[in-house]
Design a protein around this ligand. Structure first.
Ligand code: SAH
Ligand code: SF4
Ligand code: F3S
Length: 474
């Protein structure tokens, strides 16, 4: 058994980061483990986790499992979890409750926990004491070891816990079964060293490790050959890409430029921490048409006092300076953000500062959250005297302003013709296709399925807060 430890996860060593290319092997005893069996993966959390699930799916398919449409039809269920807020936890434990019932009637069902919650010491302790009926737990650092963990479980028939507290390496050569044939997630880095005081990610994802540029570019070229139109470069703090190379002076602006030069039709990247956003990056984004005019720039708070307590390393003023620079240099750029309300000690005045910043920036849209204490983080030890009701009131008020601007931005599109990557049949109406503009506006368009996977011209006919409607403009 290998349990995670908060103390170990917090450590940042100067050890060299190795790129390991031969770590993924399927032991012969489990090569056909999934023959005639089905798997179901439930994914929570961010794009990073979505992509990890694509890797887990491919590993299971390498072991001959096939995909089940519903968890009730599966022989193996994996919950790929998120630890960012309390409600992510609750959802997972709720799902585990339902699965427990299923397991009582389906003796051979295997159930595993993966993702960021697996990296939490307190979660693993809870699994070991109250969820002994589960079969395996693995973490974010050893996804490639899944076949060996399943082999160990085959031999022991007991709960196998195998979670590494930290990983200093980059694993290459992993397969991925991508959810889309048109747009793809591409990891450019793992981990995060920012340690914002409220955030669990540096503990669950380990130290920052950038993938080598050649490996990223080859992956993008391979995707182009397969017909992909769009890549999203993924990392918790992509602007810090390359800062951990000790033998190479190659940063995010270099990578963005080289990815743009592959000729892929659309390049996106998430997430950008304002601290590492350089002028050179802005210039590259402005220069290449295939780098989308869309930047997600989490601000978290408009109060410099709270930003300091959060450990964000910028002030309201320096954020605004960066924001205006981007708006001025990247024409028609859409900018979205993340905001936390009710951070420990946030006063009415602090919250007013946030509202003020939102009114100045007029974001295209925003993800807003009530602060949720995470065990093991510094903010969880801070005195939090704002009531739940007050926090909810602030969130409500903030969302009201955010939504007003979101609608205003969308209304500007009405009557215009935009390019949309038609990526799926609309969930609400199967005569409609859904896709995004390069500015990341969701568009529903009346169009035949033959347009799927194409970048089509769409005339916008109507604007809502969260989406646009349109018709094909031929
Ligand atoms: N790496 C990204 C953020 C990833 S987490 C960045 O630095 O911008 C996504 C968002 O979740 C964060 O931007 C933050 O707004 C929110 N978040 C993170 N920890 C949180 C917590 N403890 N409580 C509430 N929201 C949180
Ligand atoms: Fe969390 Fe901050 Fe790292 Fe983002 S930059 S993942 S908020 S610690
Ligand atoms: Fe959640 Fe882990 Fe992503 S905590 S937001 S799944 S990095």
């Amino acid at each position: 058994m290998l349990k995670p430890s908060y103390k170990e996860a917090k450590k940042r060593t100067k050890d060299k980061i190795n790129v390991l290319r031969d770590e993924y092997v399927i032991p012969s005893s489990v090569k056909n483990l999934g023959m005639g069996k089905k798997y179901y993966i439930k994914t929570y959390g961010c794009q990073m986790n979505e992509h990890d699930s694509e890797v887990i799916a491919a590993i299971l398919e390498d072991m001959k499992y096939t995909k089940a449409d519903d968890y009730e039809d599966a022989n193996l269920i994996i919950l790929n979890t998120c630890a960012i807020r309390e409600n992510a936890h609750n959802k997972t434990f709720g799902m585990l409750g339902r699965i427990k019932h299923l397991k009582q009637t389906k003796r051979n069902l295997l159930v595993g926990l993966a993702g960021c919650m697996s990296q939490e010491e307190s979660v693993v302790d809870e699994i070991l004491s109250k969820y002994k009926w589960m079969d395996f737990v693995f973490g974010t650092h050893n996804i490639h070891k899944l076949p060996e963990i399943l082999e160990a479980h085959e031999n022991s028939k007991k709960l196998e816990v195998n979670v590494w507290s930290n990983e200093g390496n980059v694993i290459e050569g992993l397969p991925a079964k991508r959810d889309s044939n048109y747009k793809a997630w591409v990891n450019i880095m793992y981990g995060c060293d920012k340690f914002c005081t409220y955030c669990i990610v540096p503990y669950t994802r380990g130290k920052q490790r950038s993938r080598r540029p050649d490996d990223i570019i080859s992956e993008v070229r391979e995707l182009i050959n397969k017909g992909y139109k769009e890549v999203t470069l993924l990392g918790q703090n992509v602007n810090a890409y390359g800062k951990d190379f000790d033998d190479l002076d190659y940063k995010m602006e270099n990578l963005l430029e080289d990815v743009a030069k592959t000729g892929i039709e659309r390049v996106r990247f998430v997430t950008s921490h304002p601290w590492d956003f350089t002028d050179k990056m802005i210039d590259v984004i402005a220069k290449y048409d295939n780098i989308c005019n869309y930047i997600h720039l989490p601000v978290q708070s408009g109060s410099s006092r709270i930003l300091k307590l959060m450990g964000r390393r910028y002030t309201k003023e320096s954020y605004l300076e960066l924001y205006n620079k981007i708006r001025n240099k990247v024409k028609n750029c859409s900018i979205t953000t993340d905001i936390i309300v009710g951070f420990p000690g946030e006063t009415k005045e602090d919250f007013e500062e946030t509202l003020d910043l939102v009114k100045i920036c007029k974001f295209d849209s925003a993800f807003t959250f009530i602060y949720s204490p995470r065990v093991g983080t510094p903010a969880a030890m801070m005195k939090d005297d704002v009531t739940k009701e007050e926090k909810e009131k602030r969130l409500y008020e903030l969302n009201d302003v955010i939504n007003k601007y979101a609608l205003k931005h969308n209304e500007k599109y009405v009557g215009k013709t935009v390019l949309v990557l038609a990526e799926k049949v609309s969930e609400k109406d199967d005569s409609m296709l859904a896709g995004y503009t390069d500015t990341m506006k969701l568009v529903n368009v009346k169009a035949d399925e033959k347009y799927l996977g194409q970048i089509i011209k769409v005339k916008i006919t109507d604007a809502k807060t969260w989406s646009l409607d349109g018709e094909i403009d031929e």
